[in-house]
Design a protein around this ligand. Sequence first.
Ligand code: FPP
Length: 253
Amino acid sequence: MESDVFPDLGKVAENMSDEKQNMPHHVAIIMDGNGRWAKARGWPRLKGHQEGANSLRAILRACRDHGIKYLTVYAFSSENWVRPKSEVSGLMNLLKTFLRKQEHELHENKVRLRMIGRMADLPAAVQQELERVMAATAHYTEHHLILALSYGSRTEITEACRAIAREVKAGQLDPEKITEQTVAQQLYLPDVPDPDLLIRTSGEMRISNFLLWQISYSELYVTPVFWPDFREQEFAAALADYAKRHRRFGDIK
Ligand code: FPP
């Protein structure tokens, strides 16, 4: 498929060898299109999510191979709770299975598991599994897999505002001294640098309440490929496209 909006994957991959690979440190992904992928095959939506979990495994390995330190994925938004009960419970079970199956590989590749979002919204069994794997991998520094779960960016920013307001009320902070840094320090993971590259699969041109503060200067890459089909080759094409970008951060250079 060739269009101005979606680059031809073959051509982008071909150009890869010519590009001096300028790698992102942090890649964030809106993993979209699981349902449509399944529907196109006449399969239940959950099958799309299961295959989507396999894509996540593949992209996590690709991040290790490319030396990408941070991978943040939108696994369940604060808006996704309105989906049918069976889909929500299917996704929560899939998450538990993913954590159990993936733990060995996280250790093998020294990946620290982290999460952003409202942990308390998740079922107790998922919280337990998450806490366990996050604690078991907390000492790794080389790679970070960050799962956005019951995550909404407006909620994250609102909670940060509340924390800042509390400090002002307690007389610990002068409102005139509030800077962008003050706000950034109150977000879920203040030590994690902003994403360099934001990928969205399935062709939708939306941000969907994902990392609104953190993606201010991220490069955007939207591909029509559904998430279950997004594997190493598609990821390599996204990285090659990123490598050609000239990031100016508002400057004219
Ligand atoms: C969007 O596709 C995807 C989700 C809401 C869930 C993402 C979950 C996974 C990729 C499963 C693996 C993740 C973990 C951590 C186990 P959609 O259902 O909105 O697709 P559609 O727009 O085609 O309906």
